[in-house]
Design a protein. Sequence first.
Length: 302
Amino acid sequence: MTLQQLKYAIEVATRGSMNEAAKRLFISQPSLSNAIRDLEEEFQITIFERTNKGISLSKEGAEFLGYARQVVEQAELLENRYVNAKPSPQHFSVSTQHYAFAVNAFVNLVREYGQDEYELALRETKTYEIIKDVKTLHSEIGILYLNEFNDKVINKLLKDAGLQFTSLFTAKPHIFISTNNPLAKQSVVKIEQLNDYPYLSFDQGEFNSFHFSEEILSTLSHKKSIMVNDRATLFNLLIGLNGYTISTGVLSADLNGNDIIPVPLESDESINVGWISHKNITLSKLAIAYVDALHEAIQDKE
C-alpha cells in the first residue's frame, strides 16, 4: 500500500468515475484501474463495484476510504509541518436540503478555514440524493429532516447505507411568505387559510414520494401547487405570486433579505432537522468544524 494508491482511491470515490478521476490525476485510466485493483487485492476487499453502467462504492469500500482519508490527512499534516511551507488545498463536501442556515454555516466555515487553495462543495439537492451522496462519500455530511411521517422510510435507507442521523434541532412548522402577503400580519396561520394561495415545494425527481418531500404535511391536497428546483426560484415565487412553502421557520435575513418572513403554522407536527454521516468513519477536521458552524448558525433559533 502507498499513499499514492490511497489518494487515487479517494479521487475515484469523489469523482464517481474512473475516467474523470484519471483526468484529474493526470494519469491514464488503465494505470489508475491497475492501482485500484492492486489495492483491493492487497487488502482482499472490493472497494468499487464495477458494472456496465460504471462504478459504485461498495459498503466495505466506504469504510476503507474512511480510514484512507484519515491516513492521507495525517500524512499531509506531517508534510506541511516538516516539508512544505505551503499548506495543501482543503477538501470538504456537504449535501443538504434547502436550508439557509446550512449555507450560513458553510460561509462561516470558508471564512475561518479557507486558505489560498481549497476545493469545497455545497450541494442543495434532493432528499434521496443527499443520502446517496453521503453513502458514496461524495459528501461527508448530509442535512435533512425526520418526522413521524417519514421516519421509518428514511431511517431504513440510512441503516442500509451504514449511516447515522444526529439531531440539530426540533422545530414546529412555519410557512415562509412575502411580507406583502395578507397573512404576514398574523401571529399564527391555520391550514385552511392557505387554500387560495399557491403552494411551493421542491421537486424530488424520480423519488417524488411524500416520504422524500422537504415540506412537512406533504400529504395535504392543494388547489394550486408549483414545484421548483432551487431556493432562489422558490423565494422569487413567494414574492411574485404571494405563494407559500412549509418549513422550519429558521430563515436568514443576511442571505435572503427581509422580504420573506416565517409565520407559525397551526399544527401538532414537528420537524427534527439533523445531519447524517457514516457510522464507522471519523469525521475530518473540516467536517467537525462545519458541524460546529451549524450549531452556531441555529443557536439563536433553538
